[in-house]
Design a protein around this ligand. Structure first.
Ligand code: PGA
Length: 256
């Protein structure tokens, strides 16, 4: 892997203060694997508490608004995430694209706002099963990369600094227990890399491309050692330290 592997837990709409002990245990594991960048994205309500409870891992949000403040009831801005202790944000997750009708254009605006606020961003892309079956997976995902990644003058430093990541998450693999075949993941990551280089030039080598979708202790080693896979975005298997630790260990190529 050209960059330090990045293993990120996405708690989605799960988590309460009772789960702080899990976050602490995950943080202790992060401390044992300094060669792996570990992070957790809990619900907004947990960001501050987790930030105070941990020291070795990153803490992030799962979404932000593209504007800095104003009359947007229920929304949270990138600078508010920073204020609550977040250092990154996941954007354009397929559940947000589906549940909230988020377009590539909106995801890009959010990503640019997040970078401007000083956050790292993980921009999610991925095809549906119908799109894959119709042979269109690569063109759909390439279009999402082109349309959703942050662009503009201020982005170069964030890219060069490794603060822009992409997560390839085939929609049909999320929460289903059905993992994409490793050769398909390798091919898609190569296609995504080509689009990233077209957007950012050689600096685009610094963008980490994570795989996401039913990653667990059993399949993490195969996926994380595949060519072009720079880390993992993990949903269900990040909710407990017991399930998440073997994935961090797989990224670190060893036992804790
Ligand atoms: P999963 O979710 O690991 O539960 O499939 C991954 C994600 O949606 O980020």
């Amino acid at each position: 892997m050209p960059n330090r592997p990045y293993v990120v837990g996405n708690w989605k709409m799960n988590g309460s203060r009772a789960m702080l002990a899990e976050a602490r245990a995950i943080d202790r594991a992060a401390g044992r694997y300094p060669d792996v960048q570990v992070a957790l994205a809990p619900p907004f309500t947990m960001i501050g508490a987790i930030r105070e409870a941990v020291s070795a891992m990153g803490v992030g949000g799962q979404d932000c608004h593209f504007q800095a403040k104003g009359a947007h009831t229920g929304d949270v801005s990138a600078s508010m995430l920073v204020d609550s202790g977040a250092d990154f944000v996941i954007l354009g997750h397929s559940e947000r694209r589906k549940d909230h009708g988020e377009s590539d254009q909106l995801v890009r605006a959010k990503a640019e706002a997040a970078v401007a606020a000083g956050l790292g961003v993980i921009v999610c892309v991925g095809e549906t099963l119908e799109e894959r079956d119709a042979g269109g997976a690569e063109s759909v995902v390439s279009g999402q990369v082109d349309g959703s990644l942050p662009q503009g003058e201020n982005i170069g430093d964030a890219v060069a600094g490794g603060r822009v990541s992409v997560a390839y998450e085939p929609v049909w693999a999320i929460g289903t227990g059905r993992v994409a075949d490793v050769p398909d993941v390798v091919a898609m990551h190569a296609a995504i890399r080509a689009r990233i280089i077209a957007l950012y030039g050689e600096n685009g080598q610094k963008v980490r491309i994570l795989y996401g979708g039913s990653v667990n202790a059993g399949n993490a080693a195969d996926l994380l050692s595949a060519a072009g896979v720079d880390g993992a975005l993990v949903g269900g298997a990040s909710l407990t330290a017991d399930a998440f630790l073997p994935i961090i260990a797989a990224a670190g190529n060893g036992e804790a």
